[in-house]
Design a protein around this ligand. Sequence first.
Ligand SMILES: C[S@@+](CC[C@H](N)C(=O)[O-])C[C@H]1O[C@@H](n2cnc3c(N)ncnc32)[C@H](O)[C@@H]1O
Length: 247
Amino acid sequence: MADLTTCCGPETQATCCAPAEKEACCGDGSCGCGASADVREQVRDRYAAAARTAQPGHVLSLGCGVPTAVADLHEGETVLDLGAGGGADVLISAGRVGPTGRAIGLDMTDEMLELARANAAAASVKNVEFVKGYIEDIPLPDGSVDVVISNCVINLSADKPKVLREAARVLRPGGRLAVSDVIADPDMDAATRANMAQWTGCIAGALTRGEFEAALTAAGLGEIEITETHRVHAHAGSAIIRARKPV
Ligand SMILES: C[S@@+](CC[C@H](N)C(=O)[O-])C[C@H]1O[C@@H](n2cnc3c(N)ncnc32)[C@H](O)[C@@H]1O
């Protein structure tokens, strides 16, 4: 595994993942963006194992907040949940948008998708769909979603600027982003940053508030609000992050 402090740290990713920098920074595939496949596999292993231990019919929440509480969902809207896991927030969203709306859960882990579909069937919720794919490459058309939500997932990505660009792409003009995620303190220590278990546990990959704001702005989103709700680690807190795609 690459040294996450020097290669996959958020500051390095922010520049390394710019197209002009890729070749020099990631050419040998051993670090930076080139390491993202390795990060993904370790994340997938952890959450596949979690899904396998879940009780069928018991909706599993591995989130760090309640994005649906602040997403201000309305009847008829289309909601996309990035990294939907067992589907808890998708099922809540489906109820809020009603039969004329739709809630889509995106996840890369087969075991989670299977669990989420079983949970939706057990709850007899019809206006939901669970789609396999990566949050860095969302398999939906431009401007097709009213609201993007996510609960403790963006921090897990090795290319967070790309995730936010993809979220902005699929949002319609005026569409909203309402995400719960971990925000790192600027002084998060190098040992925590370099620890893969802390990465897959949603801590080590977290952006700082300033980095998150910068990445949202770079993705073309505005009206940015980041509010810490509670501490989850000595060097990190959970936050509600809201933004809007300009009309
Ligand atoms: C911490 S769990 C959160 C699940 C759910 N949001 C919840 O609140 O219970 C992370 C989920 O994101 C998925 N995930 C992580 N990285 C992903 C990626 N790059 N693309 C798609 N899904 C991803 C994992 O498979 C897992 O189901």
